[in-house]
Write a protein that binds this ligand. Structure first.
Ligand SMILES: [Fe+2]
Ligand SMILES: [Fe+2]
Length: 481
């Protein structure tokens, strides 16, 4: 019993090391064959290495299965560790094989050196020009060259569909949240009773979704419908608040509570005259005073909801406190000194971030998210809880999903996700939307990690500055749907 795991680790270690060696050899051979004719000594040496490393692996196993799954490479079901020194070569091979829709490469024990050579030459020659059916063409060419020791399997679009399904569910949850927020506000405007149950259900869906798959829902907050600001804003604040609560270790029940308070935080706006609420130019003093009544109108409205359910005490508090600021310089002015509740501080941070990054009718150019976060973090007069701002930065990165950035390669990209290692906040995954030559890359763009190293050492790409997508005639949401 005790010897088994040790043995397994030994074999796994062997696979990991051997697999890494094989991929590096494959990369080197591919590169040298691209640069030199086949009879060149460098190419021959690289092929020797390749043959030797595949033979070494085939000693222990009858065949080698190199499987590509997402951003990972598995060799006989053992995942290869990505390290800085092999990152460039691994991602090169991943990109190359993926461009041919290869999901699995099987190396048979009978593989001959000439077959490796033929395989690499075919890959390189086909990569030179666009091919309609890359996998089929590659397979056919290998067949013609009677390569029998290397077998290919086409990539299953499975990962994509799971991804798509997750996005679909996220979108449904999001639009349901917006619909409920709309119903509540319209109900209050018309003096109709609101079903608290319905709101609770929408919040539960958001919480469940954030717990299952945070990124897809947080990603949606950038794809707002500008005409529906009041309602999308409530849903966005709810999503950010719940995601923050999750980061802080809240329980599911606490998250339901928090989500509820966040969704209802601006409910007092239902009592603000529509023409003030939707004004396209800046507000004058009188109108601004009217706007500032929404926190206590909110508290009042929620207070009247009691009877439908238990008194939503926390919601009343959050509606009342969310613009007070931690130093109490906001509004409404409290009569006695007080410490803002945790829920209020969370909602204030979520609210401040969403409000500042959204383009509203009178604010045609939104402030870029990185500037907003910096301001929230650096300027104490903004009155946000710094610990929570830090948590928000950790949650969405310095460059939130959907941010349009210019890279030092002169490419323009849209932030697609945080860097998977979670540490490199300034090196997210991006979709290239404008290439080096200034050509627009059609949706979904080309996904690259800014953590990727260049062959010469250093990073392949870095963010120079944040820009506005509309300046390039781009619609960010095209790259996400
Ligand atoms: Fe508000
Ligand atoms: Fe708000």
């Amino acid at each position: 019993m005790t010897s088994q795991p040790v043995e397994a680790t030994g074999h796994e270690g062997h696979l990991r090391q051997g697999g890494r060696g094989l991929l590096l050899a494959l990369y080197t051979a591919l590169r040298s064959l691209k640069l030199y004719p086949v009879e060149n000594a460098t190419v021959q040496r690289a092929l020797d290495d390749l043959e030797a490393s595949s033979e070494a692996l085939l000693e222990a196993d009858p065949e080698i299965e190199i499987r590509l799954a997402g951003d990972f490479i598995f060799v006989n079901a053992t995942r290869l560790r990505l390290e800085l020194d092999n990152y460039a070569s691994f991602s090169h091979i991943l990109t190359m094989l993926r461009s041919f829709e290869v999901g699995v490469l099987r190396v048979h024990r009978a593989v001959r050196r000439q077959e490796w050579q033929a395989f690499l030459s075919i890959l390189l020659s086909l990569a030179e020009r666009p091919v309609a059916e890359p996998f089929e063409e590659l397979a056919e060419r290998l067949e013609q060259a009677t390569v029998r020791g290397l077998l290919l399997e086409k990539a299953q679009p499975e990962a994509e569909t799971t991804d798509e399904r997750a996005r679909e569910v996220a979108k449904r949850t999001y639009s349901q949240g917006v619909a409920v927020a709309k119903e509540v506000v319209t109900g209050i405007r018309l003096g109709r009773a609101t079903s608290v149950k319905k709101v609770k259900r929408a919040v539960q869906m958001i919480v469940d979704q954030v717990l299952n798959n945070e990124t897809s829902l947080v990603g949606l907050t950038t794809l707002r419908d500008y005409d529906e600001y009041t309602f999308t804003h409530s849903v966005n604040v709810c999503i950010f608040a719940v995601a923050l609560g999750k980061k802080l270790g809240f329980s599911k029940v606490q998250l339901y509570d928090l989500g509820m308070t966040a969704l209802m935080h601006d409910i007092g706006k239902a009592r603000i005259p529509i023409d003030v609420l939707n004004k396209t130019s800046g507000l004058d003093d009188a109108e601004w005073r009217i706007m500032q009544t929404h926190p206590w109108y909110g508290a009042l409205t929620l207070f009247n909801l009691r009877g439908y359910d238990e008194i939503p005490y926390r919601s009343i508090l959050v509606a009342h406190e969310h613009h007070m600021k931690t130093d109490l310089t906001g509004y409404p002015k409290p009569i006695r000194p007080r410490a803002l509740g945790l829920f209020s501080r969370i909602v204030a941070v979520a609210d401040g971030f969403d409000a500042a990054t959204t383009r509203r009718s009178y604010q045609t150019v939104p402030i870029e998210p990185d500037q907003v976060l910096r301001e929230m973090w650096e300027n104490p007069r903004r009155g946000y809880d710094p610990v929570l701002v830090k948590a928000l930065i950790n949650l969405i990165g310095i460059y939130p999903v959907g941010t349009c950035v210019i890279l030092d390669t002169m490419e323009v990209a849209v932030v697609a996700a945080m860097n998977p290692d979670g540490q490199q906040l300034n090196r997210p995954m991006v979709r290239i939307v404008i290439d080096v030559d200034g050509g627009v890359v059609p949706p979904p763009g080309r996904l690259v990690s800014l953590g990727e190293q260049s062959a010469a050492g250093g990073y392949a790409r870095s963010i120079v500055k944040v820009t506005n997508a509309s300046r390039y005639g781009l619609t960010v949401s095209d790259y996400f749907v």
